[in-house]
Design a protein around this ligand. Structure first.
Ligand code: ATP
Ligand code: MG
Length: 356
Protein backbone atom coordinates (compact mmCIF):
# COMPACT_ATOMS: atom_id res chain seq x y z
CA UNK A 1 0.00 0.00 0.00
CA UNK A 2 1.20 3.47 -0.87
CA UNK A 3 1.91 5.92 1.87
CA UNK A 4 -0.03 9.23 1.81
CA UNK A 5 2.91 11.46 1.05
CA UNK A 6 2.65 14.86 -0.68
CA UNK A 7 3.47 14.61 -4.38
CA UNK A 8 7.21 14.74 -4.97
CA UNK A 9 8.41 18.10 -6.21
CA UNK A 10 8.59 18.14 -9.93
CA UNK A 11 11.02 20.20 -11.95
CA UNK A 12 8.09 22.48 -12.96
CA UNK A 13 6.77 23.35 -9.48
CA UNK A 14 10.27 23.55 -7.96
CA UNK A 15 11.19 26.34 -10.29
CA UNK A 16 7.92 28.34 -10.28
CA UNK A 17 8.42 31.64 -8.41
CA UNK A 18 6.06 32.55 -5.53
CA UNK A 19 3.81 35.38 -6.66
CA UNK A 20 3.00 36.79 -3.16
CA UNK A 21 5.86 35.87 -0.83
CA UNK A 22 4.23 38.00 1.97
CA UNK A 23 1.23 35.69 2.19
CA UNK A 24 1.50 32.51 4.23
CA UNK A 25 -1.24 30.13 5.39
CA UNK A 26 -1.25 29.81 9.16
CA UNK A 27 -1.02 26.26 10.55
CA UNK A 28 -4.29 25.30 12.22
CA UNK A 29 -4.04 25.66 16.01
CA UNK A 30 -5.60 22.89 18.20
CA UNK A 31 -7.67 24.07 21.11
CA UNK A 32 -6.69 21.68 23.92
CA UNK A 33 -10.08 22.32 25.57
CA UNK A 34 -11.93 20.62 22.75
CA UNK A 35 -9.39 17.90 22.15
CA UNK A 36 -10.91 14.44 22.37
CA UNK A 37 -8.46 11.81 23.43
CA UNK A 38 -8.49 8.63 21.44
CA UNK A 39 -9.47 5.56 23.40
CA UNK A 40 -6.51 3.49 24.40
CA UNK A 41 -6.31 -0.06 23.17
CA UNK A 42 -7.75 -2.61 25.56
CA UNK A 43 -5.49 -3.74 28.42
CA UNK A 44 -3.11 -0.82 27.92
CA UNK A 45 -4.56 1.10 30.89
CA UNK A 46 -6.57 -1.10 33.24
CA UNK A 47 -9.05 0.67 35.47
CA UNK A 48 -7.33 1.17 38.78
CA UNK A 49 -10.40 0.24 40.84
CA UNK A 50 -11.00 -3.00 38.94
CA UNK A 51 -7.36 -3.92 39.18
CA UNK A 52 -7.25 -3.07 42.87
CA UNK A 53 -10.38 -5.04 43.73
CA UNK A 54 -9.22 -8.02 41.70
CA UNK A 55 -5.88 -7.93 43.49
CA UNK A 56 -7.61 -7.60 46.85
CA UNK A 57 -9.79 -10.58 46.03
CA UNK A 58 -6.83 -12.86 45.47
CA UNK A 59 -4.39 -11.38 48.00
CA UNK A 60 -4.17 -13.62 51.03
CA UNK A 61 -4.82 -11.75 54.25
CA UNK A 62 -2.02 -12.00 56.76
CA UNK A 63 -3.29 -13.24 60.13
CA UNK A 64 -0.90 -10.93 62.03
CA UNK A 65 -2.56 -7.93 60.37
CA UNK A 66 -5.93 -8.67 61.94
CA UNK A 67 -7.05 -6.79 65.05
CA UNK A 68 -9.83 -8.26 67.17
CA UNK A 69 -12.46 -5.60 67.89
CA UNK A 70 -15.09 -7.50 69.85
CA UNK A 71 -16.73 -10.88 70.29
CA UNK A 72 -19.93 -11.19 68.22
CA UNK A 73 -21.20 -14.41 69.70
CA UNK A 74 -20.61 -18.08 70.29
CA UNK A 75 -22.27 -21.21 69.01
CA UNK A 76 -21.83 -24.91 69.51
CA UNK A 77 -18.81 -25.04 67.22
CA UNK A 78 -16.90 -21.90 67.99
CA UNK A 79 -16.74 -18.19 68.75
CA UNK A 80 -17.08 -15.40 66.21
CA UNK A 81 -15.15 -12.11 66.52
CA UNK A 82 -15.39 -8.87 64.62
CA UNK A 83 -11.91 -8.08 63.33
CA UNK A 84 -10.30 -5.28 61.34
CA UNK A 85 -7.63 -5.72 58.70
CA UNK A 86 -5.06 -3.06 59.73
CA UNK A 87 -3.64 -2.19 56.26
CA UNK A 88 -7.04 -1.67 54.64
CA UNK A 89 -9.33 -0.96 57.61
CA UNK A 90 -11.75 -3.53 56.21
CA UNK A 91 -13.94 -5.42 58.68
CA UNK A 92 -14.28 -9.19 58.76
CA UNK A 93 -15.75 -11.84 61.02
CA UNK A 94 -13.27 -14.37 62.39
CA UNK A 95 -14.70 -17.69 63.45
CA UNK A 96 -12.48 -19.57 65.86
CA UNK A 97 -13.38 -23.25 65.80
CA UNK A 98 -13.26 -24.86 69.24
CA UNK A 99 -10.72 -27.42 70.22
CA UNK A 100 -7.33 -28.59 69.14
CA UNK A 101 -8.34 -31.24 66.69
CA UNK A 102 -6.41 -34.29 65.79
CA UNK A 103 -4.15 -33.87 62.81
CA UNK A 104 -6.41 -35.97 60.54
CA UNK A 105 -9.57 -34.13 61.60
CA UNK A 106 -7.83 -30.81 61.11
CA UNK A 107 -6.73 -31.79 57.65
CA UNK A 108 -10.32 -32.80 56.81
CA UNK A 109 -11.74 -29.50 58.11
CA UNK A 110 -9.09 -27.57 56.18
CA UNK A 111 -9.86 -29.49 53.00
CA UNK A 112 -13.56 -28.66 53.31
CA UNK A 113 -12.87 -24.99 54.05
CA UNK A 114 -10.50 -24.86 51.07
CA UNK A 115 -13.36 -25.95 48.84
CA UNK A 116 -15.66 -23.42 50.45
CA UNK A 117 -13.23 -20.65 49.58
CA UNK A 118 -14.31 -21.14 45.98
CA UNK A 119 -17.90 -20.42 46.91
CA UNK A 120 -18.78 -17.06 45.45
CA UNK A 121 -22.38 -15.93 45.49
CA UNK A 122 -24.19 -12.77 46.52
CA UNK A 123 -26.35 -14.73 48.98
CA UNK A 124 -23.66 -16.81 50.60
CA UNK A 125 -21.26 -15.40 53.20
CA UNK A 126 -17.83 -15.26 51.62
CA UNK A 127 -15.07 -17.30 53.20
CA UNK A 128 -11.90 -15.25 52.62
CA UNK A 129 -9.17 -17.19 54.30
CA UNK A 130 -8.37 -19.84 56.82
CA UNK A 131 -5.60 -20.08 59.41
CA UNK A 132 -4.28 -23.01 61.36
CA UNK A 133 -3.03 -20.99 64.31
CA UNK A 134 -1.23 -23.06 66.96
CA UNK A 135 -3.51 -26.00 66.19
CA UNK A 136 -6.64 -23.88 66.35
CA UNK A 137 -8.61 -23.37 63.14
CA UNK A 138 -9.77 -19.85 62.42
CA UNK A 139 -11.87 -18.89 59.43
CA UNK A 140 -11.97 -15.35 58.04
CA UNK A 141 -15.48 -14.52 56.84
CA UNK A 142 -17.29 -11.64 55.23
CA UNK A 143 -18.62 -9.44 58.03
CA UNK A 144 -22.40 -9.03 58.13
CA UNK A 145 -23.04 -5.85 60.06
CA UNK A 146 -26.71 -6.42 60.90
CA UNK A 147 -26.23 -9.82 62.48
CA UNK A 148 -28.51 -12.81 62.16
CA UNK A 149 -32.24 -13.22 61.56
CA UNK A 150 -32.70 -15.10 64.83
CA UNK A 151 -35.73 -13.79 66.71
CA UNK A 152 -37.10 -11.61 63.90
CA UNK A 153 -40.84 -11.39 63.25
CA UNK A 154 -41.90 -10.41 59.72
CA UNK A 155 -45.62 -10.16 59.02
CA UNK A 156 -45.21 -8.17 55.80
CA UNK A 157 -45.32 -10.83 53.10
CA UNK A 158 -43.59 -8.69 50.47
CA UNK A 159 -40.59 -8.25 52.77
CA UNK A 160 -40.67 -11.92 53.69
CA UNK A 161 -40.82 -12.95 50.02
CA UNK A 162 -37.78 -10.82 49.20
CA UNK A 163 -35.84 -12.34 52.07
CA UNK A 164 -36.97 -15.84 51.04
CA UNK A 165 -35.88 -15.26 47.44
CA UNK A 166 -32.41 -14.25 48.59
CA UNK A 167 -32.00 -17.29 50.82
CA UNK A 168 -33.30 -19.54 48.06
CA UNK A 169 -30.83 -18.06 45.57
CA UNK A 170 -28.00 -18.93 47.97
CA UNK A 171 -29.32 -22.47 48.53
CA UNK A 172 -29.83 -22.99 44.80
CA UNK A 173 -26.24 -21.90 44.14
CA UNK A 174 -24.87 -24.26 46.79
CA UNK A 175 -27.00 -27.19 45.62
CA UNK A 176 -25.87 -26.64 42.02
CA UNK A 177 -22.31 -26.95 43.30
CA UNK A 178 -23.35 -30.14 45.11
CA UNK A 179 -22.92 -28.55 48.50
CA UNK A 180 -25.51 -29.43 51.11
CA UNK A 181 -25.55 -26.92 53.93
CA UNK A 182 -27.21 -29.14 56.58
CA UNK A 183 -27.59 -26.37 59.15
CA UNK A 184 -29.99 -23.82 57.64
CA UNK A 185 -31.58 -21.98 60.58
CA UNK A 186 -32.24 -18.36 61.57
CA UNK A 187 -28.88 -17.89 63.35
CA UNK A 188 -27.09 -18.92 60.16
CA UNK A 189 -28.96 -16.41 58.01
CA UNK A 190 -27.17 -13.07 58.21
CA UNK A 191 -28.06 -9.58 57.01
CA UNK A 192 -26.04 -6.49 56.19
CA UNK A 193 -26.97 -2.82 55.99
CA UNK A 194 -27.47 -3.18 52.23
CA UNK A 195 -30.40 -5.48 53.05
CA UNK A 196 -28.57 -8.44 51.59
CA UNK A 197 -29.36 -11.75 53.20
CA UNK A 198 -26.65 -14.38 53.14
CA UNK A 199 -26.31 -17.95 54.27
CA UNK A 200 -23.51 -18.49 56.75
CA UNK A 201 -21.72 -21.20 58.58
CA UNK A 202 -20.46 -24.15 56.74
CA UNK A 203 -19.13 -25.75 59.90
CA UNK A 204 -21.31 -28.75 59.26
CA UNK A 205 -21.85 -28.56 55.54
CA UNK A 206 -20.34 -31.18 53.32
CA UNK A 207 -19.29 -31.10 49.74
CA UNK A 208 -20.97 -34.01 48.09
CA UNK A 209 -19.30 -35.91 45.34
CA UNK A 210 -21.77 -37.74 43.15
CA UNK A 211 -20.64 -41.07 44.48
CA UNK A 212 -20.50 -40.10 48.15
CA UNK A 213 -22.75 -41.59 50.77
CA UNK A 214 -25.73 -39.49 51.71
CA UNK A 215 -24.91 -37.44 54.77
CA UNK A 216 -25.93 -39.37 57.81
CA UNK A 217 -24.11 -37.86 60.74
CA UNK A 218 -26.05 -35.71 63.15
CA UNK A 219 -24.71 -32.26 63.82
CA UNK A 220 -26.33 -29.03 64.94
CA UNK A 221 -29.70 -28.27 66.53
CA UNK A 222 -32.37 -30.81 65.69
CA UNK A 223 -35.09 -28.12 65.80
CA UNK A 224 -34.69 -27.33 62.09
CA UNK A 225 -33.88 -30.85 60.96
CA UNK A 226 -36.23 -32.78 58.71
CA UNK A 227 -38.14 -35.76 60.13
CA UNK A 228 -36.22 -38.27 57.99
CA UNK A 229 -32.91 -36.90 59.21
CA UNK A 230 -33.87 -37.25 62.86
CA UNK A 231 -35.58 -40.58 62.45
CA UNK A 232 -33.74 -42.50 59.77
CA UNK A 233 -36.46 -45.18 59.75
CA UNK A 234 -38.79 -42.75 58.04
CA UNK A 235 -37.26 -42.85 54.59
CA UNK A 236 -35.87 -46.40 54.51
CA UNK A 237 -32.69 -45.07 56.07
CA UNK A 238 -32.02 -42.77 53.13
CA UNK A 239 -31.31 -39.13 53.73
CA UNK A 240 -31.31 -36.63 50.90
CA UNK A 241 -29.39 -33.59 52.12
CA UNK A 242 -30.81 -31.32 49.44
CA UNK A 243 -34.40 -32.02 50.53
CA UNK A 244 -33.25 -31.67 54.15
CA UNK A 245 -32.08 -28.10 53.45
CA UNK A 246 -35.50 -27.26 51.98
CA UNK A 247 -37.27 -28.48 55.12
CA UNK A 248 -34.98 -26.34 57.30
CA UNK A 249 -35.67 -23.34 55.06
CA UNK A 250 -39.45 -23.89 55.40
CA UNK A 251 -39.28 -24.07 59.19
CA UNK A 252 -37.14 -20.91 59.33
CA UNK A 253 -39.40 -18.89 56.99
CA UNK A 254 -42.52 -19.96 58.86
CA UNK A 255 -40.85 -19.00 62.13
CA UNK A 256 -40.13 -15.51 60.75
CA UNK A 257 -43.79 -15.13 59.78
CA UNK A 258 -45.23 -16.43 63.05
CA UNK A 259 -42.63 -14.83 65.28
CA UNK A 260 -42.13 -18.12 67.11
CA UNK A 261 -40.87 -21.65 66.50
CA UNK A 262 -43.73 -23.18 64.45
CA UNK A 263 -43.99 -26.56 66.22
CA UNK A 264 -46.03 -27.17 69.35
CA UNK A 265 -42.87 -27.34 71.42
CA UNK A 266 -40.17 -24.88 72.39
CA UNK A 267 -37.19 -24.67 70.05
CA UNK A 268 -34.86 -25.12 72.98
CA UNK A 269 -36.84 -28.08 74.27
CA UNK A 270 -35.29 -31.44 75.04
CA UNK A 271 -34.39 -33.86 72.29
CA UNK A 272 -37.31 -36.24 72.96
CA UNK A 273 -40.04 -33.60 72.79
CA UNK A 274 -38.53 -32.02 69.67
CA UNK A 275 -38.24 -35.45 68.09
CA UNK A 276 -41.91 -36.25 68.86
CA UNK A 277 -43.12 -32.90 67.55
CA UNK A 278 -41.11 -33.06 64.31
CA UNK A 279 -41.32 -36.74 63.45
CA UNK A 280 -44.69 -37.84 64.82
CA UNK A 281 -47.07 -35.04 64.02
CA UNK A 282 -48.19 -33.40 60.81
CA UNK A 283 -45.82 -30.71 59.48
CA UNK A 284 -46.73 -27.20 60.63
CA UNK A 285 -48.70 -24.96 58.30
CA UNK A 286 -48.88 -21.22 57.81
CA UNK A 287 -51.90 -19.73 59.63
CA UNK A 288 -55.10 -19.00 57.67
CA UNK A 289 -54.40 -15.27 57.98
CA UNK A 290 -51.52 -15.67 55.53
CA UNK A 291 -52.00 -15.36 51.76
CA UNK A 292 -52.69 -18.49 49.78
CA UNK A 293 -49.35 -18.20 47.98
CA UNK A 294 -47.50 -18.13 51.26
CA UNK A 295 -49.44 -21.07 52.70
CA UNK A 296 -48.74 -23.09 49.57
CA UNK A 297 -45.08 -22.10 49.56
CA UNK A 298 -44.68 -23.37 53.11
CA UNK A 299 -46.47 -26.58 52.22
CA UNK A 300 -44.06 -27.12 49.29
CA UNK A 301 -41.15 -26.96 51.74
CA UNK A 302 -42.68 -28.81 54.66
CA UNK A 303 -43.71 -32.03 53.00
CA UNK A 304 -43.13 -35.02 55.25
CA UNK A 305 -42.09 -37.11 52.29
CA UNK A 306 -38.74 -35.64 51.12
CA UNK A 307 -39.49 -36.60 47.52
CA UNK A 308 -42.48 -34.30 47.53
CA UNK A 309 -40.56 -31.25 48.63
CA UNK A 310 -39.75 -28.78 45.91
CA UNK A 311 -36.17 -28.06 44.92
CA UNK A 312 -34.62 -24.63 45.45
CA UNK A 313 -34.84 -24.05 41.71
CA UNK A 314 -38.57 -24.83 41.67
CA UNK A 315 -39.22 -22.72 44.75
CA UNK A 316 -37.49 -19.74 43.15
CA UNK A 317 -40.30 -19.85 40.57
CA UNK A 318 -43.09 -20.26 43.12
CA UNK A 319 -45.74 -17.50 42.89
CA UNK A 320 -45.06 -16.40 46.47
CA UNK A 321 -41.43 -15.65 45.54
CA UNK A 322 -41.93 -14.54 41.93
CA UNK A 323 -44.79 -12.08 42.45
CA UNK A 324 -42.92 -9.86 44.85
CA UNK A 325 -39.77 -10.11 42.82
CA UNK A 326 -41.67 -8.50 39.94
CA UNK A 327 -42.76 -5.68 42.18
CA UNK A 328 -46.36 -6.89 42.33
CA UNK A 329 -47.61 -6.90 45.89
CA UNK A 330 -48.63 -10.34 47.08
CA UNK A 331 -52.34 -10.95 47.51
CA UNK A 332 -53.85 -10.60 50.88
CA UNK A 333 -55.54 -13.37 52.77
CA UNK A 334 -57.51 -15.64 50.47
CA UNK A 335 -56.94 -13.47 47.40
CA UNK A 336 -54.73 -15.62 45.19
CA UNK A 337 -57.06 -15.95 42.22
CA UNK A 338 -54.31 -16.01 39.58
CA UNK A 339 -52.31 -18.71 41.32
CA UNK A 340 -51.73 -21.65 39.08
CA UNK A 341 -54.12 -24.41 40.04
CA UNK A 342 -51.29 -26.93 39.98
CA UNK A 343 -49.87 -25.34 43.11
CA UNK A 344 -52.92 -26.37 45.05
CA UNK A 345 -52.23 -30.00 44.36
CA UNK A 346 -49.46 -31.91 45.97
CA UNK A 347 -46.06 -30.67 44.86
CA UNK A 348 -44.50 -32.63 41.99
CA UNK A 349 -41.72 -35.11 42.68
CA UNK A 350 -38.34 -33.48 42.99
CA UNK A 351 -35.99 -33.91 40.09
CA UNK A 352 -32.36 -34.59 40.99
CA UNK A 353 -30.50 -31.29 41.68
CA UNK A 354 -28.13 -31.93 38.79
CA UNK A 355 -31.07 -31.40 36.43
CA UNK A 356 -32.17 -28.28 38.34
P1 ATP B 1 -24.46 -22.95 66.28
O1 ATP B 1 -22.97 -22.93 66.26
O2 ATP B 1 -24.99 -23.73 67.41
O3 ATP B 1 -24.99 -23.37 64.99
P2 ATP B 1 -24.64 -20.09 65.91
O4 ATP B 1 -24.91 -20.10 64.46
O5 ATP B 1 -25.37 -19.03 66.70
O6 ATP B 1 -25.01 -21.47 66.56
P3 ATP B 1 -21.93 -19.28 65.34
O7 ATP B 1 -22.04 -19.68 63.92
O8 ATP B 1 -20.67 -19.62 66.04
O9 ATP B 1 -23.11 -19.93 66.19
O10 ATP B 1 -22.19 -17.72 65.41
C1 ATP B 1 -22.11 -17.00 66.61
C2 ATP B 1 -22.72 -15.63 66.40
O11 ATP B 1 -21.94 -14.90 65.46
C3 ATP B 1 -24.15 -15.68 65.84
O12 ATP B 1 -24.90 -14.68 66.49
C4 ATP B 1 -24.00 -15.31 64.40
O13 ATP B 1 -25.15 -14.64 63.93
C5 ATP B 1 -22.77 -14.39 64.42
N1 ATP B 1 -22.02 -14.48 63.15
C6 ATP B 1 -21.55 -15.59 62.58
N2 ATP B 1 -20.92 -15.34 61.43
C7 ATP B 1 -20.99 -13.98 61.27
C8 ATP B 1 -20.55 -13.08 60.23
N3 ATP B 1 -19.91 -13.53 59.16
N4 ATP B 1 -20.82 -11.77 60.37
C9 ATP B 1 -21.48 -11.32 61.46
N5 ATP B 1 -21.94 -12.11 62.46
C10 ATP B 1 -21.70 -13.44 62.36
MG1 MG C 1 -23.66 -20.23 62.84
Amino acid sequence: MKSAQPPPPTAANRQRPRRRPDLTLPLPQRDPAIAVPLPLPPNSAPSSTTAASAAAAIQPINFSELDRINRIGSGSGGTVYKVAHRPTGKLYALKVIYGNHEESVRRQICREIEILRDVDNLNVVKCHDMYDHAGEIQVLLEYMDRGSLEGIHITNEAALADLTRQILSGIHYLHRKRIVHRDIKPSNLLVNSRKQVKIADFGVSRVLAQTMDPCNSSVGTIAYMSPERINTDLNQGRYDGYAGDIWSLGVSILEFYMGRFPFAVSRGGDWASLMCAICMSQPPEAPPTASRQFREFISCCLQRDPHRRWTANQLLRHPFVVQTNNGTPPNGSGGGSQVNQAHQLLPPPRPHPSSA
